[in-house]
Each structure stands twice: as C-alpha cells, then as structure tokens.
Design a protein around this ligand. Structure first.
Ligand SMILES: [Zn+2]
Ligand SMILES: [Zn+2]
Length: 244
C-alpha cells in the first residue's frame, strides 16, 4: 500500500496544504481527510481521472480536516462520475455531526455511507481499525490503522495518544504517520514533539513520518532528529485548467 500526501500543514500553516493523504488501489482511491485546501488540489492535480470509487475517511469535523469535502463530493460525482463512499465509525455523535455538516453544504445523494467491515473487504485489507483519538473535548475524533500484505499504516490525524504509536511501531512493516506540535500549551490536544522524542530512539524514528506541521516548526530540524517528513509530489495527472 503506497500512501501519498496532499498536504502536511496544520490548520493555518499556509506554506503547506492541510494534512491529508490518499492511497490508490486500481480504480479505487482512499482519501484521508479533506481540509479547506484539499479539494482544489485534487482537482488541479487531476487525481481522480483513473478512479471509479472514492472511499473517504474523516478523522473529525474541524475545518482543516473536512472544509472542502462538499466541493470534492460534487466534483467527484458530477464531473468524474465516481461513486463516493464515506466510511463511518460506530459513533452516533460523529455520524450526526458529519451528516449535519454535509446537509448544510447541500450534499444528499452524492455520497453513500459504509461501515468498517465493508471498507476492509472492498479494499482487500488484512485489517482496518478506526480508533478513538485524544484531541478536543467538543468533537469525537478518530485515527486510522490500515494493513495489507505490504505494510501497516497508522495515521494519527489530530491526536496526542502516544500509546498507539508505541503499539504499532513494533510491527515490522509499520509506517507511523503522526501529527506533532511544539507548543506545550496545546499538549492536551496535540502530540508534543518532546514526548515523541522521549518515547522513541533513532532506529524507531525511521518508521515515523511527521505531519500537521505548524508554521514555526523547522522541517530540517525534524529531519535532523531522525524523523521523516512525507514528500509531496508536485502533481500526478495532467493539469486540467490552463491559464489563459
Ligand atoms: Zn483538529
Ligand atoms: Zn487539524
């Protein structure tokens, strides 16, 4: 399973797009989160041309994770004739928040809702888990673990639960994608870099990719500590819209 990133930024790090990633398997694509800058990037880079089914995982309803989902669903269905499916956790509050959000942006028949088991089967995964994240009090938040023969991907979304990292890093083929922050005042909501440094050695850090990076963190410094930063490819498909 190859995961590619659309952005690695935190909410208002305008030097980077919002943190979001995708995985393509034949004509199916998994998209993890869809913050404000993401739909435009997907359209601009023409990422959906070879796709028939789009599976969307939403970690939580902060707008840097869901803010352009309405536009993406309209574009995907009406411009690309794609079947859109959102994978839902078993959580009434989350489901009602998400559906309320989509109702307000006029999404009705553009999307189907599926559960974890359906998704796991359709995408031919060995395992798939939606795990409760530690983020803010007002919103239910989740992170994702996807496993196929090739790799196990842990994707933290916004989440300060370091226990998940300690657990999944032990898997030989693990790829750990975690958010970080460097502001101790935000450590109840986000994973403090210092904590991650204390909990990991240099060898383990080879498996760790940092994301949701704010505007004051230095990517070079993070790399010097032995962590990886996801590489963002310029664009995959042809550019759709030519400037006149
Ligand atoms: Zn958030
Ligand atoms: Zn966020």
């Amino acid at each position: 399973m190859k995961i590619k990133f659309l952005g690695i930024g935190s909410a208002w790090n305008i030097n980077e797009d919002n943190t979001s990633a995708y995985i393509k398997k034949d004509a199916k694509m998994i998209l993890i989160d869809c913050g404000e800058s993401i739909a435009r990037k997907i359209i601009k880079d023409d990422l959906l041309s070879d796709i028939k089914e789009l599976y969307i995982l939403i970690s939580h309803t902060h707008s840097d994770h869901i803010g352009s989902l309405g536009t993406l669903l309209f574009y995907s269905k009406y411009n690309k004739k794609i079947l859109n499916r959102i994978v839902l956790p078993k959580d009434e509050e989350f489901i009602s928040n998400l559906k309320e959000y989509l109702r307000l942006v006029d999404i009705t028949t553009e999307v189907e809702y599926v559960n974890e088991d359906f998704f796991k089967k359709e995408l031919d995964l060995i395992s798939f888990d939606i795990l409760k994240a530690n983020h803010v009090k007002n919103l239910p938040c989740y992170c994702f673990v996807l496993e196929d023969e090739e790799s196990l991907i842990y994707y933290s979304a916004d989440n300060n639960n370091i226990d998940y990292i300690k657990k999944y890093i032990k898997y030989p083929n693990a790829q750990i994608y975690t958010e970080i922050c460097n502001n101790p005042k935000l450590q109840d909501e986000h994973l403090l870099l210092q904590k991650l440094e204390e909990a990991t050695d240099i060898l383990e850090r080879k498996k760790i990719f940092l994301m949701h990076i704010n505007e004051v963190l230095s990517i070079n410094e993070l790399k010097n500590k032995g962590f990886n930063i996801p590489i963002i490819e310029k664009k995959e498909g042809k550019k759709l819209w030519k400037k006149k």
